[in-house]
Design a protein around this ligand. Structure first.
Ligand code: FES
Length: 273
């Protein structure tokens, strides 16, 4: 069993939990994820590692209560336990030689972008972060992203905080102002990661995206998390979740994501109380 040692509400439907999981914390790196099961009746749920503390033996996860599993998880309180917490899974991000990077987070994707920005910052890279939200009430991790970045730009769709507009507009401005990035990391909705990748392609800037397809076993066996990258089938759980954004077939990924929407809705209906 894995104890919840801290629970925090970041925005109305977004929660942070620090889980006591020393073996996972010992090996965790940015870019990796865990698969948890709330209880014996729960589905397996993959969540990216948002932070870890090797000395404390804890792993931080941040999740939005969108499906049955995340809603059940969100109902647990500090001191309660999660049945399974397996990881770290996936390939860790590699930042050797990166001197200047732009880290782009869209909505909840900011929770996954944060450990990447933090690691780059700790390795001495200059980090420009751009994080976008629908409105000011949905902003998460502002102070954390600020500490991990030499420049932080916040955008909101409605202009209620930061700059009104999209993260891509701000990234374009920074590039056109003469910032030369060794790497752009984009994490968020597929449509946003596609837009960032399309923006950086003509500039020839290496762009990494984090794919978050449906996962079942997390071991490369079920094929549920397949994505097409550079014309080849890859599994996000063992080959990713980070991939070259210029090679990912985003249109196919978006079609596959839509396929599962009805199942999720049905699951929520079945579990209504
Ligand atoms: Fe089954 Fe990746 S989750 S192959």
């Amino acid at each position: 069993m894995y104890k919840i040692v801290k629970k925090e509400t970041l925005s109305p439907a977004v929660k942070l939990m620090k889980i006591n999981a020393p073996y996972v914390a010992r090996k965790a790196e940015p870019g990796q994820f865990i698969i948890l099961r709330v209880d014996e009746f729960g589905e397996r749920c993959p969540l990216t590692i948002a932070d870890y503390d090797r000395e404390e033996g804890t792993v931080t996860i941040i999740f939005q209560e969108v499906g049955q599993t995340t809603k059940s998880l969100g109902m647990l309180e500090e001191g309660q336990d999660i049945l399974d917490f397996v990881g770290p899974l996936g390939v860790a991000s590699h930042f050797e030689g990166i001197k200047k990077a732009a880290v782009i987070g869209g909505g909840l994707g900011t929770a996954i972008a944060y450990p990447q920005a933090k690691k780059l910052h700790e390795m001495g890279a200059e980090v420009h972060s751009i994080v976008g939200f629908r409105n000011k009430d949905l902003i998460i991790l502002e102070s954390e992203m600020s500490k991990a970045s030499s420049k932080l730009i916040i955008t909101t769709d409605d202009g209620s905080n930061g700059t009104k507009g999209f993260v891509t507009d701000e990234l374009k401005k920074l590039i056109e102002e003469g910032n030369t990035y060794d790497l752009v990391i984009a994490i968020g909705p597929l449509i946003m990661m596609k837009a960032v990748s399309n923006l950086t392609r003509p500039y020839g800037i290496k762009t990494v995206v984090s794919m978050n397809p449906v996962m079942i076993d997390g071991t490369g066996m079920c094929g549920g998390c397949r994505v097409t990258v550079g014309g080849k089938t890859k599994f996000a759980c063992v080959d990713g979740p980070d991939f070259d954004g210029h090679e990912v077939d985003f249109d196919e990924a978006m079609r596959r994501q839509l396929m599962y929407k009805n199942h999720e809705r049905q699951s929520l209906e079945d579990h209504k109380c």
